[in-house]
Design a protein around this ligand. Structure first.
Ligand code: NAD
Ligand code: UPG
Length: 476
């Protein structure tokens, strides 16, 4: 069997690499319109950082896994084609700011329609609105050449960045949606056969196409809703003396609720949660279900509130002004073990501090400096690019980032931050020295003993000056 995947990004790359590793009898060609991205996939420095990915790619590359810009040949030769292109939120026109922009999916479908000379199974891997397969089908069948048959399947991806290889190797489930016809069932069986190389058959779930498409949006909405729920309670904890970690543990031990995704934080980021919930909201509005739309909107509103709340409390704690103060930002990626910054909470925190006149010293072990500057000079950021560049310094080492700063802010939960020498950091910072732990990863008791003023999420002031509730002016 020959497989082609259109879109060599965070999903296409790891997914095809694991598939190639587990299916030596299948030849997989990953294509992208970006020649730069394909060149990176063919080089020693892959375009994305993902633990374990390098090893898998090195093992399979040019054996049964190929990276190419020759989209035409790859489509022509393939029996099965994954569409794994980006589906960002629309930035203009109908549904601006909410609907998924399907222009890349559509262009992939049009390429297939134009190039295909034999039967193809076309698989939606991208996250799409429910009934998107209908549009793909429409494009393919309207341009169908005589004697060519297309089957369209939905096969959403559930991997999370930072754990993608493990998620793919040990998927909780693989979901395949198809048409309820004989041909549809045969196409589902062919795709299932690929996954059966390494996924137990009982974990391969088959549904109708629309259930599969909606399940992907639903899964992300549920996951994000848990984070917003615990983050909402973190505000109650700070106001009352309850500790959100203790609450999360007590609640999560109920086996009906479960303990995962109850980590209170500065707010969720990443390219998927917000985009996919907005997409769900847009669908609900179009289906004339305003109550359902409002329900899911609240998950996003709570996340925005949490990011704002954290940023504001940094400012309030630093005597209500950060103008010309140096503040170290440790971590810029939206979570640990990735270099991805899409929708990272760090952008909101940095942007708010920059608007208040702060100077930022930023360190992240995996995010490229150009990416940070690019994110902070994006048109949506109100500060002018020149001002941002003057006010931001990117560091390649955390100790240089914190030197002579008034405060240190943890935005990403990188493991290496836990083991930093905080005694050394304290000595090099301005006094009083503040730490704002937006990820709840540090040993706050010890930091207090060193002399830091520490604030975190979901925990009120304890002992003299250890953890102060946000909103209370700290004692010096
Ligand atoms: N990132 C994740 O963790 C994740 C997880 C599950 C699902 N998803 C979904 O998977 C899809 C892809 O996400 P991603 O993060 O990999 O995106 P990405 O932006 O990293 O990669 C998409 C790639 O598609 C390419 N592309 C776009 N149009 C093309 C065309 N017509 N021909 C050839 N190449 C084209 C782009 O150049 C880009 O390299 C999205 O729908 C996303 O919602 C993402
Ligand atoms: O208890 C938690 C768990 C996560 N997060 C944050 O939530 C965001 C998203 O994290 P995660 O879900 O682990 O990473 P993603 O790569 O965005 O993966 C999500 O989005 C993907 C794209 O659709 C899906 O495939 C995955 O199943 C889904 O977990 C990150 O900012 C995390 O720091 C928290 O704040 N608290």
């Amino acid at each position: 069997m020959k497989v082609c995947c259109i879109g060599a990004g965070y999903v296409g790359g790891p997914t095809c690499a694991v598939m190639a590793l587990k299916c030596p009898d299948i030849v997989i060609t990953l294509v992208d319109k970006s020649s730069e991205r394909i060149a990176q996939w063919n080089s020693d420095k892959l375009p994305i950082y993902e633990p374990g990915l390098d090893e898998v790619v090195k093992k399979c590359r040019n054996v049964n896994l190929f990276f190419s810009t020759d989209i035409e040949t790859a489509i022509k030769e393939a029996d099965l084609i994954f569409i794994s292109v980006n589906t960002p939120t629309k930035t203009c026109g109908n549904g601006k700011g909410r609907a998924a922009d399907l222009k890349y999916v559509e262009s992939a479908a049009r390429m297939i329609a134009e190039i295909a000379q034999s039967n193809k199974i076309v698989v939606e891997k991208s996250t799409v609105p429910v009934r998107a397969a209908e549009s793909i089908m429409h494009i393919l069948r309207a341009n169908q050449k005589p004697g060519i048959h297309y089957d369209i399947l939905s096969n959403p991806e559930f991997l999370a960045e930072g754990t993608a290889i493990n998620d793919l190797l040990n998927a909780d489930r693989v979901l395949i949606g198809g048409e309820e016809t004989t041909e549809g069932h045969e196409a589902v069986a062919k795709l299932s056969w690929i996954y059966e190389h390494w996924i137990p058959k009982q974990n391969i779930l088959t549904t109708n196409t629309w259930s599969s498409e909606l399940s992907k949006l639903a899964a992300n909405a549920f996951l994000a809703q848990r984070i917003s729920s615990i983050n909402s309670l973190s505000a109650v904890c700070e106001a009352t003396g309850a500790d959100v970690s203790e609450v999360a543990r007590a609640v999560g031990l109920d086996s009906r609720i479960g303990s995962k995704f109850l980590q209170a934080s500065v707010g969720f980021g990443g390219s998927c949660f917000q985009k996919d919930i907005l997409n769900l909201i847009y669908i609900c509005e179009n289906l004339n279900l305003p109550e359902v739309a409002a329900y899911w909107q609240q998950v996003i509103d709570m996340n925005d509130y949490q990011k704002r709340r954290f940023s504001q409390k940094i400012i309030e704690s630093l005597f209500n002004t950060v103008s010309d103060k140096r503040i170290a930002i440790l971590g810029f990626a939206f979570k640990k073990n990735t270099g991805d910054t899409r929708e990272t909470a760090a952008i909101t925190v940095c942007q708010t501090l920059l608007e208040e006149g702060a100077k930022l010293d930023i360190y992240d072990p995996k995010v490229e400096p150009e990416q940070i500057i690019d994110d902070l000079t994006h048109p949506s950021v109100t500060e002018s690019p020149e001002n941002v560049k003057k006010a931001v310094q990117i560091h390649s080492d955390p100790y240089s980032a914190v030197r002579a700063t008034h405060a240190l802010v943890i935005c990403t939960e990188w493991d290496e931050f836990v083991d930093l020498d905080f005694q050394r950091i304290y000595q090099s910072m301005m006094k009083p020295a503040y730490i704002f732990d937006g990820r709840k990863i540090l040993d706050h008791e010890r930091l207090h003993q060193i002399g830091f003023h520490v604030q975190t999420i979901g925990k009120k002031y304890q002992r003299s000056g250890l953890l102060r509730s946000w909103g209370i002016v700290p004692q010096l």
